[in-house]
Structure formats: structure tokens, C-alpha cells
Design a protein around this ligand. Structure first.
Ligand code: ADP
Ligand code: MG
Length: 342
């Protein structure tokens, strides 16, 4: 199968919304009047962002999901995306499920594949998404104000819990020797749920658009809650106090079975749970701020988008991030967020 057969067979589809889709030198988009075009790019590199032997169907889903998550964080509605693919070989047995996973999520969000590039090389997937948001209503990182409440959507920490398990299964003793922290062992059913969070994240697009005009700032959580909240604080020139007791309850594994809940509640595992929740990463939930007077509107947006949200802290005028333990005392912040070059 040649390059153009591959594009034709797996990545060419009708694009009723775009002026022009796959096949020419450029695709053409017509933003609606009064709308800003929201654009974001994310790259997924084999061995860095995913295991080379990961199920291609979930990989297709995730490659688009992480991009849609950025649109969600801006309150933008997805319109279209481009796909730049570097592939070791043109293997239909891999391309078929990959494109199915990718396009199924695209269809869920009415997001059209309008173009891309295809080359031979190490497996590596780069997607650029285009969305639209009414001018002036995009959710930015820079709008948080002292006194605002801080919310997170959905659940946190499960993706990182699953990743830790997968790494351990692959590296076994090595990792065990290098990790002093207590390790969470869950039954297979609970782990399967955490693994779905890692491999098939749900971009919070409906929540993002429902928060237009309500949230003062927002970001999606890809590198860990504390790191991504840190970006909001920095861009907004404010600080925050986080209630770690409330954050602790964010892990879905708590709710998956009685056994899991009992285990996670043990004192010895508390630091490990907090580490997964506060700095784990790969959650693709939204962290956002809103004034206290909008608390009802936030809950209405959550209901309308069928996405749970919980308040986990407050924005302060004083810069810096402060953590409270469950007794309301200051806690040392030794949680590290993910950084590719750190
Ligand atoms: P160019 O040589 O101008 O870069 P290509 O020959 O690489 O264009 O691609 C031909 C057409 O196929 C273009 O419209 C391009 O956008 C599209 N295309 C290439 N790769 C992909 C892909 N992986 N998914 C979707 N469209 C693609
Ligand atoms: Mg090209």
C-alpha cells in the first residue's frame, strides 16, 4: 500500500462543514461570524507518551482526545483537525483500528479530519485541532481573581495509577528498588477502570463550553493538577490554597469497589494516593476558577454537561501555592509535576 492509498483508505472522509477537506494543498475552513478560531497542537511520541505495543484503537482515541481536551479548556467547540503521522510501515492491521478509534471520537464531537501529512519513520502522531468560540468568551489561564473558588472536573490520579502498574509489570524489580513510596495494589477490575482513564480519556468539551461566561480561568490537566493549576496562578498573577482532603477524594478508584476504597483509605497509602491525584498527570480533566457568586451556575454547567465537578480550594491574592492537610494545617509541597526536560 502506497502513501496515497493509505491516506485514501483510512483518512479520507466526507467533510460537510469544511469548505475543503483532504486532497488539496490546503484545507479550507470558514469560521462563523463573531467566532474566534481556537487552535491547538499535541504530539504523541512512541515510547514517550505511549507504549509502542499499545492497542492502536485506544491510541487513535487518545491522540485526538488530548487535543480536544485543549479546546475544552478554552471553552471552544471542535470543528476540524489535521493529522500528521510518522509510521514505521503501512500496516493495515494497525491502521484500521487506529483510524477507527480516532474517527469514532471525531464523530462524537463532529470534528472533521480535513488534512495532514504522512511519512515513514518512528511512530509519532501529531494532531492540530481547530475549534470555535464566541469572540471574548474563550476561557483563558489569565483570568483567575483572589477569592475565586478552584474546581476540578471528573476524577484525578487514576491514569497515573494505571501507568505505575503497567511500568511495574514491565520493569518489575528495577522500579521496585528505585521507588521508596508505598505502592497501591488493586484488584484487576479496579485497575481496568484506571487503565481506561489512561488509555481512553474523555475530553470535557461539553463542560468547557458550558463554563463560558462563568469560569474566570481554566486549563486542562495533562501534566498533573498542581503543575497545571500553577500555570493558571502564574498567568493570573495570583496564588492559591488547596484542600488536599478534598483532592484526596478525586480518585475514581475510591468509588470502584469496597475493596479498593478500603485499601486507598489506609494511612500508609495516603501519600501515594495524594501523589497520583496532585501530580500524576494524563488526567485530561479541567481545573478552573469561578467567583463564589457563580457557585450555582458552575453546578448547573456540571449537570448540563453530565460531568461532576468539585471545589478543592480558593484563589489568594498572595502568590504561591499552599496546601492544607486534612486537619487544616499547612503541608509541605514536595509534589513534582511532569516536565519532559526536567
Ligand atoms: P503535500 O505534498 O502538499 O504535503 P500530501 O501529498 O502530503 O500533500 O498530502 C495529500 C493530501 O492528503 C493533502 O490534502 C493532505 O492534507 C492529506 N493528508 C496527508 N496525510 C494525511 C493524513 N494522515 N490524514 C489526513 N489527510 C492527510
Ligand atoms: Mg506532504
Amino acid at each position: 500500500m502506497g502513501e496515497f492509498d493509505l491516506i485514501q483508505r483510512f483518512f479520507t472522509r466526507p467533510t460537510p462543514r469544511a469548505v475543503l477537506g483532504v486532497g488539496d494543498d490546503c484545507a479550507l475552513l470558514q469560521p462563523r461570524p463573531g467566532m474566534h478560531l481556537a487552535v491547538s497542537t499535541d504530539i504523541l511520541v512512541s515510547g514517550r507518551h505511549f507504549f509502542p505495543d499499545v492497542d492502536p484503537r485506544t491510541l487513535g482515541h487518545k491522540a485526538l482526545a488530548v487535543n480536544l481536551s485543549d479546546l475544552a479548556a478554552c471553552g471552544a467547540t471542535p470543528i476540524a483537525f489535521t493529522l500528521a503521522l510518522s509510521l514505521p510501515n503501512a500496516d493495515p492491521a494497525w491502521l484500521e483500528p487506529f483510524s477507527q478509534g480516532l474517527l469514532a471520537l471525531a464523530d462524537t464531537h463532529g470534528c472533521e479530519l480535513i488534512g495532514g501529512d504522512t511519512t515513514q519513520g518512528p511512530l509519532n502522531i501529531c494532531i492540530t485541532v481547530f475549534g470555535e468560540v464566541p469572540a471574548g468568551l474563550a476561557l483563558l489561564r489569565s483570568g483567575a481573581k483572589a477569592g475565586d473558588d478552584i474546581y476540578v472536573s471528573g476524577t484525578l490520579g487514576d491514569a497515573n495509577l494505571a501507568l505505575t502498574h503497567l511500568l511495574r509489570a514491565r520493569q518489575g524489580a528495577n522500579l521496585e528498588a528505585s521507588s521508596a513510596a508505598a505502592f497501591i495494589t488493586l484488584p484487576p477490575e479496579d485497575l481496568a477502570l484506571a487503565r481506561t482513564r489512561l488509555e481512553q480519556p474523555t475530553p470535557r468539551v461539553a463542560l468547557g463550553t458550558a463554563l463560558r461566561g462563568i469560569a474566570t480561568a481554566a486549563a486542562d490537566i495533562s501534566d498533573g493538577l498542581l503543575g497545571d493549576l500553577g500555570h493558571i496562578l502564574e498567568r493570573s498573577g495570583v496564588g492559591a490554597t488547596l484542600d488536599t482532603a478534598r483532592a484526596f477524594g478525586c480518585m475514581a478508584a475510591h468509588h470502584s469497589s469496597e475493596h479498593a476504597a478500603a485499601q486507598l483509605a489506609t494511612e500508609a497509602l495516603r501519600p501515594a494516593v495524594l501523589r497520583h491525584v496532585l501530580s500524576g498527570g494524563d488526567d485530561y480533566e479541567l481545573v478552573f476558577t469561578a467567583p463564589a457568586c457563580q457557585a450555582d451556575a458552575v453546578q448547573a454547567a456540571a449537570r448540563a454537561s453530565q460531568t461532576s465537578v468539585r471545589c478543592i480550594g480558593k484563589i489568594d491574592a498572595a502568590t504561591g501555592l499552599r496546601l492544607l492537610d486534612r486537619d487544616g494545617r499547612w503541608m509541605r509541597n514536595d509534589f513534582q509535576s511532569f516536565d519532559h526536560f526536567a
